[in-house]
Design a protein around this ligand. Structure first.
Ligand code: GLU
Length: 295
């Protein structure tokens, strides 16, 4: 029997906090309990926000927590060619198009459309406006002019066409767990809510969705255990897996650690940073307790 493969995949664009500790510990514990493997993956595609110092701090924090992981550690910034290859596979299927609208143009188009239609513009599960399409804002001439000068653009998935290619309804398997924050079983995935997601940004040759799906496959990840904030994104990941012919991992989305006001912790909340808690004298066992895990 092949051993289960778990991973913890932080981005080195801030310090790890208690929410990351819960995720890392759950993956590590699950790997241990099942005789599986535990991998660390550094999700550093955003080379403007990720730094070597923060990456080093991740290693330190996790080692201090008592975790160990296989080496070498996969760092996404070293694998842009893999994501490019996946993008080409989707391009060959006619599912990728360049979107020339800037963030500001999208925002303005949404304001105009909302005023015109008297109803809110559709938004994705993270609250971002769905892409209105270049033609909603630019004339045909302006679109060709931007193409002609290779103006900065994102590459987007043609969501409608992609969904239409599916041979069967899209689902994923959500695992049960004592910490479960969501229903276990077969979950119907509906990526349409996300609209034409970005697959490659103008300044980054890939995106979170594309690289996470490629890497989980490359690394043979069998169990994706991550926070509830990524539950809806799983629909996009399953779609990309189907389109790219990649295996289907099983998923578990765990509860989030909230601050005193019921908000999800963020990387700017230094009082919950593991390094700050460590300096204040907390022990790894204290951290386990604080995130509600048994010793
Ligand atoms: N890199 C993502 C984050 O730090 C997690 C990706 C995942 O677990 O799928 O939020």
């Amino acid at each position: 029997m092949t051993r289960p493969v778990y991973r913890f995949a932080p981005s080195p664009n801030g310090h790890l906090h208690l929410g990351h500790a819960l995720s890392a510990l759950m993956n590590f514990d699950a790997a241990r309990a099942s005789g599986g493997r535990f991998l660390l993956r550094i999700e550093d595609i955003d080379t403007t926000r990720c730094t070597p110092e923060l990456e080093e701090a991740i290693h330190e924090d996790l080692a201090w927590l008592g975790l160990s992981w296989e080496t070498p550690v996969r760092r996404q910034s070293a694998h842009f060619a893999d994501y490019r290859a996946a993008l080409e596979t989707l391009e060959k299927q006619g599912l990728v198009y360049p979107g020339y609208l800037t963030r500001r143009e999208i925002r303005d188009a949404v304001v105009v459309a909302e005023a015109r239609d008297g109803r809110p513009w559709p938004r994705d599960p993270d609250g971002g406006p769905l892409y209105p399409g270049d033609a909603a804002v630019l004339s045909a001439g302006e679109i060709s002019a931007r193409k002609a000068v290779a103006a900065p653009h994102a590459l987007r998935l043609d969501m409608k066409t992609a969904i239409a290619r599916l041979a069967a309804p899209l689902t994923w398997q959500e695992l049960d767990h004592p910490e479960a924050s969501s229903k276990a079983g077969t979950i119907r995935a509906d990526p349409a809510h996300w609209g034409d997601v970005v697959l490659a940004r103008k300044d980054t040759p890939t995106s979170y969705h594309l690289s996470v799906v490629v890497d989980d496959a490359v690394q043979g990840v069998s169990h994706v255990v991550r926070g509830r904030d990524l539950y809806q994104a799983t629909a996009v990941h399953r779609l990309l897996q189907m389109l790219l012919g990649l295996p289907e991992p099983r998923y578990h989305h765990h509860r989030l650690i909230e601050d005193g006001e019921g908000r999800k912790l963020s990387k700017s909340q230094d009082d919950t940073a593991l390094s700050a808690l460590r300096e204040e004298g907390a022990s790894p066992r204290d951290i386990r307790r604080r995130v509600g895990l048994a010793d």
